[in-house]
Design a protein around this ligand. Sequence first.
Ligand code: 13P
Length: 261
Amino acid sequence: MKKKIIIAGNWKMNKTPKEAVDFLEKFLINVKDSKCKVILFAPFVDIEKCTDLIRKSNIDIKIGAQNFYWEDSGAYTGEISVPMLETIGVQTLLVGHSERRMHFMETDKDINKKVKRAVKSNSDLILCVGETLEQKNSEKGQESVMFQLKSALEDIPKSLIHKIHIAYEPAWAIGTGKTATPYESDKMCRFIRMCIEKMYGSEIGLYLNILYGGSVSEENCKNFLEMSDINGLLIGGASLQEKCFSSIVRTADSVIKGRTE
Ligand code: 13P
């Protein structure tokens, strides 16, 4: 399957606005000719500075938001809405990350409400799914991923599914240095594609982008990108150092170049 590779960095709760600008000033120069779709999920306070800098550079990198609320405005202390984020240049939204499920008790129902709001917006959406170690060890990995997909996508019509990319992030591989093997992750990505095909038809499965995330590094990224059902990477720790993240984008470009030769 030959698609545009997506390389997404999730900075999580890291980087002040100044640190974000310092990163981007170098990063934009280093990846300006990239053929990948590059997305950076920045903390809320960094977004406006990042989108300003990108706009001035004319380089095609998207800034995403790591979280948002499903209502547009109202008495929801501490929350932030999609229209607010889009006003400051957000073009991609992240939903269902395992850290939000685990530390902030986000339920599958909450995730479904967020997906419903996101598909009505102008932004794309990366929906994260992935099993816990306990589910993996009891051979319930596929079952739990299928359940997450079905609940997150409940009542999402076929006409809007093109706005959604899926990230397979096994919870046990996040920030642990343990990765699923490229073979294991490709197998789960193929399973995800099959679930989406069952729900929406085979033509949807063909253009669905599926990313792998979980302890991706400069050293191992190529192994994942060469797998047939993995169309990109969602990277935490290794997206924080500019040199390291640029090097991953360059590796992805070399994979794209290899495909066209
Ligand atoms: P790490 O790459 O640090 O394991 O984090 C992955 C992740 O959670 C990306 O969303």
